[in-house]
Structure formats: C-alpha cells, structure tokens
Design a binder for this molecule. Structure first.
Ligand SMILES: O=C(O)CCC(=O)C(=O)O
Length: 275
C-alpha cells in the first residue's frame, strides 16, 4: 500500500494539492508516450478536439494507468476506498503552439457533486516552468466557487476558455513534475498553466476525475469504471475495460461518452469550442 503520508495529506488539505508523487517508471511512461504516437500515426484524428477525452476506453495502456495500484492508493487516501474512474483527458502542449490553460476551478464546470473527488495529473513528459506546467494557487480551494468568464480564446485548452480573473500570479506555485510523477488536486483549487516555450512536447494524462461512488453527475450523464471497492450508490452507467487498442465497440463507447461530456461542458450555451 502506497498511501499518502500524513504530511502529504496535510499538504493536500492545507494547499489544495499534493505533489510530486512517484508512480511510474521511465519505461512505463515511455510505453504511454509510444501509445500516443502510435494512435496519432494510425488514426490521426482520434486524439484531436473532443477526442482528447476518454482515451482510456480505447487503449489498454491508458486503461491500466487508470487502474494502477500506486495511483489508486494515493487517491484512496483522499476520497476513500470506493473509487470510480469518472473520465480522462490528454493535455498535450506542442512546442510550436501557443496553448495555455486559463485560471479555473474544476468544480465550476465538471458537474460532480458532492466534492468527494480528486483530479490526478500524471506527467508523461517532464512538466516544468519552461514547458507550461500547471501553477496552483495554494489555499484557494478553501474559498467559494468564483465567477468564470467564458473567453473562448483560440489558444485556450479549456472548452470555453473559462477564466477566473485577477489571479495574483505571484501567489501561485509551479507544479513541477518529472515524467512518471503525479499530482492530485482538489476540485476547488484555482489553477492554470502557461504556454510551452521549450522545443519538446509537454504531455499530461489527467484522470478527471477519480470520484467516490457517492458522487453524482448533476449536469449530465457520465460513464464510469469501478477502480476500487464497491458501488452501492449506482448513480452511473458502468463501462467495460478495453482489451485491445481501438476495437470497434470501444470506439463507439468513447464517442458516446464524449458526446455526453460535451453536453456537460457546453450546458446553457450554443457556442461550441474546439474541445
Ligand atoms: O494540463 C494543464 O496544463 C492543465 C490541466 C488542468 O487544468 C487540470 O488537469 O485540471
């Protein structure tokens, strides 16, 4: 059992995030990077736009990450032993693009309630200040949900470019991670990330999020997988785990899950962004 230590838990509770947590070896992250490159080569449209979500439904490599026992041990320390995978997103920042993530709180738009859930950000490449790692506003999770302005900025990697304004950057901390390390962040913490100014890709695979079985989806529908424990609440439809890459049925599932996700992200607006 690789549960969070008392001091890591204290960090999470007082700062709203905990990092770094060592979870994968360099060989393991290399395999994941190669899986991305293989999918991009054979199915160039698969990970683009809305398709960046829920790759764990079509790839056993990503599925296994979501069910990795070291990650789940850490997650269990935060949300308890009955754990569901509520979705995943690949946040890729290519070096020749201007992609950034505006300051936001995940709880504002994800629709999971109560907040017994946590977002796990896994570094597939190193993530540092040069290549646009996340920056976290420690302690901001203790405040209320802030107003977010939908900017639809073309370089914003968030669906609507939802933005908390006037965040004091000097009060935020870079969440630097080595490839194979994980961070866990609270639904309410204000965070964001700048563009990649390096010459290499920055890749984060984000389990967004691990939810307790007591967590409902209050905006729309979500598919889940049982990661640990038992689901006595039965709020959500349980999905199968993939056994091969890009099987027809799994692709149908991923598309269905993403259509539902899109309805959640774009609730109450007709303006649909790139993701
Ligand atoms: O990958 C990034 O830079 C931001 C990701 C993010 O905002 C999140 O995982 O909640």
């Amino acid at each position: 059992m690789t549960a969070l230590t008392e001091s890591q838990l204290k960090d999470y509770e007082s700062n709203g995030f905990v990092a770094p947590i060592d979870v994968l070896s360099l060989d393991e992250v290399k395999k994941i990077k190669e899986e991305i490159e293989l999918i991009e080569k054979k199915w160039p449209n698969e990970l683009v736009g809305l398709g960046r979500n829920n790759v764990h439904y079509i790839s056993p490599v990503f599925d296994q990450v979501c069910h990795n026992s070291k990650i789940l041990d850490a997650v269990e320390s935060v949300i308890g032993k009955d754990i569901l995978v509520g979705g995943t997103t690949l946040f890729i920042k290519d070096s020749d693009k201007k992609g950034f993530v505006s300051w936001h709180q995940d709880a504002k738009y994800i629709g999971f309630e109560p907040y017994n859930w946590v977002t796990a950000w896994l570094a597939i490449t190193d993530a540092n200040e040069e290549n646009g790692c996340m920056r976290m506003w420690s302690g901001s999770h203790k405040e209320k949900i802030k107003d977010h302005k939908d900017t639809y900025d073309e370089n914003n990697l968030l669906t609507r470019g939802q933005t908390v304004q006037n965040v004091p950057v000097e009060k935020t901390t870079p969440n630097t991670l080595k490839a194979g390390q994980l961070s866990l962040h609270h639904p309410m913490i204000i965070h964001g990330s700048g563009p990649n100014k390096s010459k290499q890709r920055r890749i984060g695979f984000v389990i967004q999020s691990y939810i307790g079985t007591d967590v409902d989806q209050v905006i729309g529908k979500v598919y889940v997988q049982q990661a640990r424990g038992k689901d006595t609440f039965k709020y959500h439809e349980h999905a199968k785990r993939p056994v091969e890459l890009m099987s027809k049925n799994d692709m149908i599932l991923k598309n269905k899950a993403n259509e539902e996700l899109s309805k959640i992200f774009y609730k109450d607006t007709n303006k649909i962004g790139k993701y």
